[in-house]
Design a protein around this ligand. Structure first.
Ligand SMILES: Cc1ncc(C[n+]2csc(CCOP(=O)(O)OP(=O)(O)O)c2C)c(N)n1
Length: 579
């Protein structure tokens, strides 16, 4: 069945032709022409999610997992605005989405019609390009003539030609830059008319993406010569959020070796089996308090930083590198090169840098890396000793939980203490993710459910209590696989604010920053057919984790209640113990 409205049919045919077959639909009437063209078409995988905010994060999770774009379809009015948080996250994390909103005809906007807002360009600067489709002039021409006869100056064939070009351009730009794009499409009533045979066969133009690899040009050659050729360079490689291919990991390792570089990774860098400082703050926090702090920090300061991947979680490393005068920062990869340390010199592709390093002599001087790796590894015994005797707290929950995760589990973390505590402990997890594009707390659960629904892998979400309560529609709206697991670390509010310097001095801290509460995740879990477990001590946690990841008929949620007034002390004691 197909919509009788040509632009609705065209849009769905274009999605299909360009291989965008995952579609997340939120209900409405104005978008019914799109829904009826997709609902029974076996070429589409369509998912129904009522809450548009959750729908967009769900789509984001599926796009992350499938590494291919996902389309979102909603009705007119405020529905579209609820996509905004996920669109911003997708924009900053460079995840492609096609956002399609159904709209009223232009002549029915701002005249008092219901469920109507100004939808064109509504996402402004936090999205890739936005496109507005032309209204079909052969669909209810009578109504058009009554309200806006000048629209009829364009014939239907021209409308379709223009619309096809806009749709193709939108999809091309989305693929090229890996960003979300918005297509706003006005539909006149009647909305539910359908035809059984495709009304037209469109000639879809091919999309030619610009050259994927940017070759090493003279500019980059000069940049590299400048950055790396001088003697005794201290080179640091810092990896942010990354979902690398095996080849990319090997290329990165070779580059690191060639420069004798110090490699700094995070939980979300997804790099295992590398010689790296994999808990940046475990190194930096004690250095800040060390009696020889200034000397050691000077010794650690690099002259060259290569960054790779997306955003970096550690605030300490960003603050440290911003202080470095004369730092040369080069970003590796096709993603946006961000001038995080006020010292960006340029960017180049990983493969290109890899080829270039093959032409260089292997760095003979690895003293910088050797010194800091030895320093870091020396902290290991102290780290283990502290974790073994740390009192029950957020810290000790993560110390117990992360090593219990096996290689077949994909982990998603919420913002903010969850992803920060995760940095202190290694896990064998298959992959680890967090929405760091905007670091929002509103969509981690929906993203992880979307991810799990595509992958079928065992998926674990580790969430703070506020983030979990915020996004509870994630479990109501979406089908949750039975191998999905959630651990909510319930410290009765925004525990992150207790560990942020100075925050507790704010008047009425508990009301307005920590937002202390007594809610639990239990009713949400049970309402959504999760098995619910709870732990209030390390022994109870160990007991709950026993068999937690085993196959089960329903998904499980484990809530761990930690003492909010102790968490901060344990974390700072950890840093002190490393001195
Ligand atoms: C949408 C949004 N609103 C507000 C914030 C600011 N914020 C960052 S962390 C946080 C508290 C999170 O609390 P919780 O989920 O309980 O995790 P915790 O840090 O306590 O582990 C808040 C409100 C944000 N990041 N995103």
């Amino acid at each position: 069945m197909y919509s009788a409205i040509p632009s609705a049919f065209l849009l769905t045919q274009a999605l299909k032709f360009y291989g965008i077959n995952q579609v997340v639909i939120s209900p409405g009437s104005r978008n019914a022409p799109l829904i009826l063209s997709i609902a029974t078409d076996p070429d589409f995988q369509a998912f129904s999610v009522i809450d548009e905010r959750s729908a967009a994060f769900y789509a984001l999770g599926r796009a992350m997992a499938s590494k291919s774009p996902v389309a979102l379809i909603c009705t007119s009015g405020s529905a579209l605005l609820n996509y905004y948080p996920a669109i911003a996250e997708a924009y900053y994390s460079q995840i492609p989405l096609v956002v399609i909103s159904a709209d009223r005809p232009s002549y029915k906007i701002d005249i008092g019609d219901g469920q109507t807002i100004r939808q064109n360009d509504v996402f402004a600067s936090l999205i890739g390009p936005s496109f507005k489709l032309e209204q079909d002039v052969e669909h209810n021409a009578k109504e058009i003539a009554r309200f806006s006869s000048e629209l009829l100056l364009m014939d239907q064939a021209s409308v379709e030609r223009v619309n096809l070009n806009r749709i193709t351009e939108a999809i091309g730009l989305m693929r090229q830059h890996r960003i979300p794009v918005h297509i706003n499409s006005p539909f006149e009533e009647p909305l539910y008319e359908s035809v059984l045979e495709p009304p037209t066969v469109y000639e879809m133009p091919s999309i030619h993406l610009k050259e994927e690899v940017r070759p090493l040009n003279q500019e980059n050659r000069d940049l590299l010569a400048d950055v790396v050729s001088a003697s005794s360079k201290r080179v640091l490689v810092l990896v942010g959020v990354w979902d690398p291919l095996p080849l990319e990991v090997e290329q990165l390792k070779t580059i690191v070796n060639h420069f004798g570089a110090l490699l700094l990774t995070e939980t979300t860098s997804n790099l295992k089996d590398t010689v790296a400082i994999d808990s940046i703050d475990t190194l930096l926090a004690p250095l800040e308090q060390h009696p020889l702090s200034a000397e050691l920090i000077e010794k650690l300061m690099p002259e060259v930083v290569f960054t790779i991947g997306g955003l970096v979680v550690s605030k300490k490393i960003k603050a440290l590198l911003r202080k470095r005068q004369g730092l040369a920062h080069v970003h590796i990869g096709r993603g946006r090169a961000l001038n995080t340390f006020n010292s960006l010199k340029g960017s180049l592709d990983l493969g290109v840098l890899y080829d270039y390093t093959q032409t260089l002599e292997l760095s003979a001087d690895t003293s910088y890396r050797d010194y800091w790796m030895a320093y870091y590894l020396n902290l290991n015994d102290k780290r283990k000793a502290f974790a073994a005797k740390a009192p029950f707290s957020d810290f000790s929950v993560f110390a117990k939980l992360l090593p219990a995760i096996s290689e077949d589990v994909v982990v998603h973390f919420s913002n903010s203490s969850a992803i920060r505590y995760a940095q202190f402990f290694s896990s064998r997890a298959k992959m680890q993710f967090c929405n760091r594009g905007t670091s929002g707390i509103e969509g981690s659960t929906s993203t992880s459910v979307g991810y799990a629904s595509f992958m079928g892998d065992k998926t674990l979400l580790i969430s703070g209590d506020l983030s979990f309560l915020y996004d509870s529609n994630a479990l109501w709206n979406n089908p949750v696989p039975s191998n999905f697991r959630i651990v909510v670390v319930n410290n009765r509010g925004g525990g992150i604010f207790r560990i942020l310097p100075q925050a507790q001095k704010t008047p009425r801290f508990e009301d307005f920053l920590e937002t202390k509460h007594n809610r639990t995740a239990q009713s949400i879990a049970l309402e959504n057919h999760f098995e619910y477990l709870e732990a209030r001590s390390l022994d109870e946690l160990a007991e709950c984790l026993n068999g937690f990841f085993d196959e089960s008929a329903s998904p499980k949620l484990l809530e761990v209640f930690t003492p909010s007034d102790l968490n901060e002390k344990v974390l700072f004691d950890y840093f002190k113990s490393l001195l």
